[in-house]
Design a protein around this ligand. Structure first.
Ligand code: FMN
Ligand code: SF4
Length: 441
């Protein structure tokens, strides 16, 4: 049985990603053409039936989000694609925009039709400058071909898409920060509620979905939600783009059916990751980006699907799978994760602003063998406080890797803790102690 599918990556190997005829030859625009003959409620029903879980990381059901926005009577409404792709180890939205940009734009146009939107935006990660250029060219091509812009396919429906360059901050991927940044404001998260479906871009009702989520929409509409569901897991349909990187033989993006493969197969199957590079031994994998959990050897038998991974305290997240070998120490790795979050915290709220820096300090102390049991307890307390009290998902998810790693490698933490007898040894030659020769000289 073939391990990969080509649902959203159909045509990704075509020599010219901006060829409308090449895209149509693999089923392109079937979804949009059909959508233009359907009512918004009918389309939303298909998205609900597909059980499409948002591909940006939070796995919120897309059908539910679309249903909520459809119920809001006010307009104008906006359609926004989140192409910030800031999660380290994640490079699948880039593949869609680079190789099948029409898939994203077709999905957005379907959404535009559902919500009666006139304008859509793609917020592209600042570092993806060439991708942004390519997307602009793709938009112009589709306008010239009557598949975007005024009076699409003679239906009377008009929908335009603009590309916005991201601000180069991880937090700008958070949907409300992304909208602030699109409006030209500082990319900081907004307080919710009100939800973006009510008060979004320019304070208007707005749909924000990930690039991959939009790219799933054409086939859901063309082939029906039930078929999409049947390709994946009963609780989350379709395929998922996974990004394999780190110490595997075959790093890259793979489109796999949800619920059919274990993590072990993803990493070790010769058709997929191909196993560890010569001489490397598997140590752990980091799933779903820096804000996701760590999987140890025991986690490898978990089935790759949102609900299955959750049972094993793991997550799909953004689809990143970063594989590390035994030469990478977990504490060293976690310190780097922590450095990332301390650097990316926007500073708006105390638990995240102070918490990330403090976790980083404690981890360094632990690595140096200077931490006592009280520091370990403080780490747990900090992680819990951040998860509960941070203003946005960045601070809430920042300690996820640390907390999961502590369960998998308890000895790496407990074994580094300074014992009371170590403290005495270190204290003995303290130069400022009364009676010490160095202090009295
Ligand atoms: C700090 C932070 C960064 C995020 N970065 C991204 C991102 O780069 N791309 C993305 O699609 N979603 C990102 N998200 C999730 C978005 O807030 C939002 O859930 C997503 O765009 C919704 O689309 P979906 O339902 O299709 O996944 C991020 C969330 C947080 C808290
Ligand atoms: S959790 Fe972090 S990134 Fe989010 S608002 Fe608070 S300080 Fe900013």
């Amino acid at each position: 049985m073939k391990k990969t599918l080509t649902l959203i990556t159909a045509g990704a190997d075509a020599p010219d990603p901006l060829s409308v005829s090449a895209y149509e030859s693999v089923g392109g625009f079937k979804g949009l053409k059909k959508a233009l003959t359907m009512t918004p409620a009918e389309i939303v029903r298909e998205v609900l039936a597909a059980k499409l879980l948002g591909r940006g990381g939070a796995a919120y059901p897309a059908g539910k989000k679309w249903e909520q926005l459809l119920k809001i009577p006010r307009g104008p409404k906006y359609v926004v694609a989140n192409a910030d792709e800031g999660e380290p180890g994640t490079f699948k939205d880039r593949l869609i925009m680079d190789k099948v940009p029409f898939g994203l734009l077709e999905g957005m146009a379907v959404a535009g039709h559902v919500f009666g939107a006139r304008n859509g935006y793609v917020y592209v990660r600042g570092e993806y400058r060439l991708i942004g250029k390519k997307l602009r060219a793709a938009i112009e091509t589709l306008k010239a071909a009557g598949r975007l812009g005024e009076n699409i396919l003679g239906s009377g429906f008009s929908f335009d898409v603009k590309v916005v360059s991201g601000a180069g901050a991880y937090v700008c991927g958070e949907n409300s920060a992304l909208l602030n940044s699109t409006e030209g404001k500082a990319g900081r998260p907004r307080i919710k509620p009100p939800h973006l479906a009510e008060v979004g871009l320019f304070l208007k009702p707005t749909l924000v979905n990930n690039v991959e989520t939009f790219a799933c929409v054409p086939s859901i509409v063309a082939e029906g939600g039930e078929r999409f569901l049947s390709l994946g897991h009963p609780e989350g349909g379709g395929t998922k783009l996974v990004c394999l990187s780190g110490r595997v033989k075959n790093p890259g993006v793979y489109e796999i059916p949800l619920g059919r493969l274990t993590l072990r197969e993803l990493i070790f199957d010769p058709e997929l990751g191909g196993g560890m590079r010569e001489g490397d031994v598997f140590n752990f994998a980091h799933l779903g980006g820096q804000s996701g959990p760590i999987a140890g050897i025991a986690g490898l038998d978990a089935v790759y699907a949102h609900s299955e991974l959750k049972k094993a305290s793991l997550a799909v997240g953004s689809g990143a799978i970063v594989v590390m070998d035994r030469s990478v120490g977990i504490l060293d790795y976690l310190r780097r994760v922590s450095e990332f979050f301390a650097g990316e915290s926007c500073g708006k709220c105390v638990p995240c602003r102070e918490g990330n820096g403090t976790i980083l300090r404690y981890l360094k102390t632990l690595e140096d063998g200077e931490a006592g049991p009280e520091e370990l307890r403080a780490l747990s307390l900090l992680a819990e406080t951040m998860a509960r009290a941070s203003f946005c998902g960045l601070g809430q998810a920042a300690p996820t890797a640390l907390e999961s790693a502590r369960k998998i490698f308890p000895e790496e933490f407990e074994g580094r803790v300074r014992r009371p007898e170590d403290a005495e040894v270190r204290e003995a030659p303290h130069p400022t102690k009364f009676g010490d020769s160095a202090a009295t000289a």
